[in-house]
Ligand binder design. Structure first.
Ligand code: DAH
Length: 360
């Protein structure tokens, strides 16, 4: 009996004296490990007579339980003390400047930025986004948009055609985002309110044209949609996008097969010393085409022109990006030169919002 009491006293005294969790662990192994002192006592139970075991069993098991409990309590106390010591010795100086990592050197391409800006503005007006494929059928790119086969307006698009497939169908790279209007009307019952940003292709290349470029299309179909709505939407868009309080716009008659009447829109600007400013001056700059959706297009897309009417517009994203951010040449947009991108690009976390600012 004495050895059980002595053993308990010794182990508990050693536990009290243990300075850290590692020392407690050593003690646990010495007492309760495979060849530990208490494990040794437990093993002796096997060789005892039943009477002896009845007497010693509870004593030895009780010793084991108390020592186990004491070890756990000591470990927890030491762990808490160690954490406490660490918390009071470590300091974070939140007034230090943030160190720039390599990730902060990345830049958002101006096209992505401008698409986000356009999305923020039209999203606020309740427009949804619609998308379509870059490889399009002749039917959706032209025929359904009221470009009859053989119509000269088709030739103006400098289209990239693919070789005819087994059925003799000649696919093409879409020359404008207008086929997404058709796809939307075919897929969705009116009312419709969408913008369709995306890549477009024409065989053209100079300072302000590249074979791949970007457009954003807008489409509204509703029973009472009229040109007054279109004009208001475009004015609000231009004010928000160019971040000016007032904008003067000029609607000139024009021709597109898919709208009637059709218009081209200019915004007033001044050009001084090579710099373009909007909302002032006596010059005009063309920024988009628009009109009321032609009844033939509505019919081709399963919309009854006796019930519904709509308006649409199409705008070059690259062009308005160049105008807003003063980039003189379109070609470097697509040359993946990091020097150009770090000069004209945008910081990754400066997301454009109407409340927080579009470009700041
Ligand atoms: N698709 C025309 C183009 O690429 C732009 C355009 C003009 C789109 C008038 C429209 C529109 O939706 O109504 O030149």
């Amino acid at each position: 009996m004495t050895d059980i009491a002595t053993l308990e006293r010794d182990v508990l005294a050693a536990l009290d004296a243990a300075a850290d969790e590692a020392a407690v662990e050593d003690l646990r192994i010495a007492a309760l490990g495979k060849s530990g002192s208490i494990s040794g006592l437990l093993k002796t139970l096997g060789a005892m007579t039943p009477d002896e075991r009845k007497e010693k069993g509870p004593l030895i098991n009780g010793l084991r339980d108390r020592v186990q409990g004491a070890i756990a309590a000591r470990k927890e106390a030491l762990g808490e003390a160690a954490l406490e010591a660490r918390l009071s010795s470590e300091r974070v100086d939140i007034s230090l400047p943030v160190q720039d990592g390599p990730e902060s050197r990345g830049r958002i391409h101006p096209i992505s930025q401008v698409i986000d800006e356009i999305t923020a503005i039209f999203g606020d007006m309740g427009f949804a986004i619609a998308e379509g494929p870059d490889v399009e059928t002749d039917d959706l790119n032209f025929t359904k948009l009221n470009f009859p086969v053989g119509h000269p307006a088709r030739e103006m698009h400098d289209t990239f055609f693919f070789a005819p497939d087994d059925n003799g169908e000649r696919k093409l790279l879409r020359t404008h985002t207008s086929p997404v209007q058709v796809r939307t009307m075919l897929a969705q019952e009116p009312p419709v309110r969408v913008i369709c940003p995306g890549r477009t292709y024409r065989n053209d290349s100079d300072q302000t044209h590249t074979p791949m470029f970007h457009q954003v299309e807008g489409l509204v179909i509703d029973k009472g949609a009229h040109l007054g709505h279109l004009k208001w939407i475009l004015e609000e868009f231009c004010k928000s996008f160019f971040e000016i309080d007032d904008v003067k716009m000029r609607f000139r008659p024009s021709f597109f097969p898919f709208t009637e009447p059709s218009m081209e829109v200019d915004i007033q600007c001044s050009r001084k010393g090579g710099e373009i400013r909007f909302g002032e001056g006596d010059d005009w700059l063309e920024i988009l085409g628009c009109g009321m959706v032609h009844p033939n297009v509505l019919r081709n897309c399963g919309v009854d022109p006796e019930i519904y009417q709509g308006f649409a517009w199409g705008m070059g994203i690259d062009r308005i990006a160049m105008l807003k951010y003063g980039m003189p040449d379109l070609r470097p947009f697509f040359e993946a030169d990091v020097r150009w991108l770090s000069h004209y690009g945008f910081r990754p976390l400066d997301l454009p919002t109407l409340t927080g600012g579009l470009s700041t």
